[in-house]
Design a protein around this ligand. Structure first.
Ligand SMILES: Nc1ncnc2c1ncn2[C@@H]1O[C@H](COP(=O)(O)OP(=O)(O)O)[C@@H](O)[C@H]1O
Ligand SMILES: [Mg+2]
Length: 263
């Protein structure tokens, strides 16, 4: 195993003035190995998406260090940071809201390559787009010229995966990618993500507030609570022997939910 990502003492507060500022991340530290699937769980509003957005360079941390794949991203900002962090991509929760409705599927999947300027040859770019669509089981002949509204929710989410894949990333931050899908599509997406993990060794930081989803998918879990990682370890051991009162509560709530479904 080799280290892919190390986040140390990450801090982030929101608010315009000093008085208004509220800390979301107080002190977040964790690491991720190459090809590892790690779940980040926590209640709604805990700051999970903030962690994801900082890693995907969509936002800047206030303090703390980020080391990724041999490169210190900490002091890099804006465009420069995005170039160095191009191997970190993100998949979003809302497969509709995250895709521009006026762009065709082929253009949507090509867009990250244009932003990154990593492939200058248009013919090669087209091939990369087709390859990414095929990897998510969307036949380019059938889907490339369609618009997002001509796709089902599950298909749109797969376009989101293709957009991340086209850059050939080493890490994908998956921000609750299944929360707007129904149960069978959820499973389908997890199977797809697992296949891509095996095929390309892509690591995932899998953000969710649904602990049940992490079983059998995530190798490790990180529990975010009040701006800190309060519990972490192998998925089964965090679920079976939670250390922190918050994790215990979360798991109890889940068990109650499971029991009520069985009745
Ligand atoms: N751009 C922003 N400006 C101000 N507050 C924000 C912003 N983004 C998130 N927050 C606040 O930070 C907290 C954590 O948000 P978020 O990271 O989205 O949590 P989670 O993904 O765990 O639900 C929430 O209280 C949210 O309202
Ligand atoms: Mg969120």
């Amino acid at each position: 195993m080799s280290l892919l990502l190390n986040v140390d003492s990450l801090r982030k507060a929101y608010g315009q003035t000093k008085k208004e500022k509220t800390a979301v991340l107080e002190d977040v530290s964790f690491s991720l190995q190459c090809g590892e699937i790690v779940g980040l769980i926590g209640a709604s509003g805990a700051g999970k998406s903030t962690v994801g957005r900082i890693l995907a360079s969509l936002e800047q941390q206030d303090a703390g260090t980020i080391w990724f794949d041999g490169c210190d991203l900490t002091d890099l900002t804006g465009k420069k940071r995005r170039v160095f962090a191009k191997d970190i991509q993100m998949i979003f929760q809302d497969p509709y809201g995250s895709l521009s409705s006026r762009m065709r599927i082929s253009d949507l999947v090509e867009e990250p390559l244009l932003i990154q300027k990593s492939e200058k040859d248009p013919a090669k770019r087209r091939m990369r787009v087709e390859e990414a669509l095929e990897l998510v089981s969307l036949d380019p002949k059938k889907y490339a010229m369609r618009f997002p509204h001509e796709l089902s929710g599950g298909e749109r989410q797969r376009v989101g995966v293709a957009r991340a894949l086209v850059c050939r990333p080493k890490l994908i931050v998956c921000d609750e990618p299944t929360s707007m899908l129904d149960t069978s599509l959820r499973l389908e997406l997890l199977v797809l993500l697992k296949k891509l993990n095996k095929q390309f060794g892509i690591a995932y930081l899998f953000i969710t507030h649904d602990i049940a989803l992490t079983k059998g998918f995530c190798q490790r879990l990180l529990v975010l609570y009040e701006g800190r990682i309060v519990d972490q370890g192998e998925t089964d051991s965090v679920i079976e022997q939670p250390d922190h009162p918050f994790t215990i509560r979360l798991i109890e709530a889940l068990k109650k939910l499971e029991n009520s479904k069985g009745e």
